[in-house]
Design a protein around this ligand. Structure first.
Ligand SMILES: NC(=O)c1ccc[n+]([C@@H]2O[C@H](COP(=O)([O-])OP(=O)(O)OC[C@H]3O[C@@H](n4cnc5c(N)ncnc54)[C@H](OP(=O)(O)O)[C@@H]3O)[C@@H](O)[C@H]2O)c1
Length: 283
């Protein structure tokens, strides 16, 4: 895999570890200007230093962002777009799988806030810049572990909180938001995609216990490395052939059918709910 991305400015969230770091490393190798969006300045700084040294690319920068916080996302967007800088690629990669129900800084259940509302707000707030930049692309790093979306109870106030259910709900929603966004923006300006990186050995599952942790331990030998896990997200972010048609779901570098793409009524309901919760002015 090799691309010339010297004219592309890319933003990757959660770029200090796992799949996001390897994806950012690939984009840096391809010559892109890369903004690493990380929540912790020290962890982000270490990743920045490693990727800059490795790639020899001096156009990498770190901007801190807490994807669970509306104020932090707005501040991030202000910094990323300062001086009219373009954004050609946004990869919504950051995510969590908390073991128990917690609330983020805005009082919203943390996996819904981080994995769904954060990418929704960031995509919509960066959209005007990306439309202007042209030939731009938004990539949602989602998952085949996607189910149990309950639009009446996205924050688990009525259901018992289960880590895997909350995560799977968030990844179903993220895929549906990609399809919602793809129908709202002209594909020649901004093309929107979602992808599955595979089952990858990262720190995503670090809080898990019980059957899921046991299954992960048993299956560890079959998990991909982060480098291999980053291949499909890198392809979707970088390959010129992905630009059109917009709104595709990618697994193993190939387009696949997404069972959530056709339910327009649910997508519209989800979109409205996210716009309300993220306090984003989007129609
Ligand atoms: N691993 C898999 O098998 C797998 C399978 C399917 C999909 N995915 C998806 O792949 C993506 C990357 O996950 P990963 O497996 O590479 O896990 P990871 O190593 O835990 O990476 C997640 C990244 O997100 C960041 N992050 C978490 N909460 C954040 C917040 N509030 N604000 C900003 N950044 C935040 C983390 O930062 P910290 O270091 O500060 O925590 C970390 O850099 C996720 O979207 C995940 O759902 C993973």
């Amino acid at each position: 895999m090799k691309y010339d991305l010297v004219d592309r400015r890319c933003v990757v969230t959660g770029a200090n570890s796992g799949i996001g770091k390897e994806l950012a490393r690939n984009l840096a190798y391809f010559g892109a200007t890369v903004v690493l969006g990380c929540r912790d300045r020290d962890r982000g700084g270490r990743a920045l230093e490693e990727l800059a040294n490795d790639s020899g690319n001096d156009r990498l920068s770190l901007v801190t962002v807490d994807m669970a916080s509306r104020a932090s996302i707005r501040n991030f967007v202000r910094q990323v777009t300062a001086g009219g800088a373009p954004v050609h690629v946004l990869v919504n990669n950051a995510a969590i799988m908390p073991s128990e129900r917690r609330q983020g800084p805005d009082g919203i259940e943390s996996s819904w806030a981080t994995n769904v509302l954060g990418p929704f707000a960031l995509s919509n707030l960066l959209l005007p810049t990306m439309r202007r930049s042209g030939d731009a692309r938004i990539v949602h790093v989602a998952s085949t572990l996607a189910r149990d979306l309950d639009l009446e109870d996205v924050q688990f106030t009525r259901r018992r909180f289960r880590a895997v259910t909350a995560y799977a709900q968030s990844k179903q929603a993220l895929r549906m938001l990609a399809w919602g966004l793809a129908t709202r923006v002209p594909a020649d300006r901004v093309s929107v995609h979602a992808c599955h990186p595979g089952a990858v050995a990262t720190s995503l599952f670090r809080e898990q216990q019980g059957w899921f942790a046991r299954a992960l331990r048993l299956g560890r030998a079959f998990l991909k490395s982060p480098e291999v896990g980053a291949l499909t997200p890198t392809f979707v972010a970088a390959d010129p052939a992905v630009q059109s048609p917009s709104g595709r779901w990618w697994i193993n570098l190939q387009p696949a059918t997404c069972k959530f793409a056709s339910d327009e009524e649910q997508i519209t309901r989800l979109w409205r709910l996210c716009a309300e919760m993220a306090l984003c002015d989007v129609s």
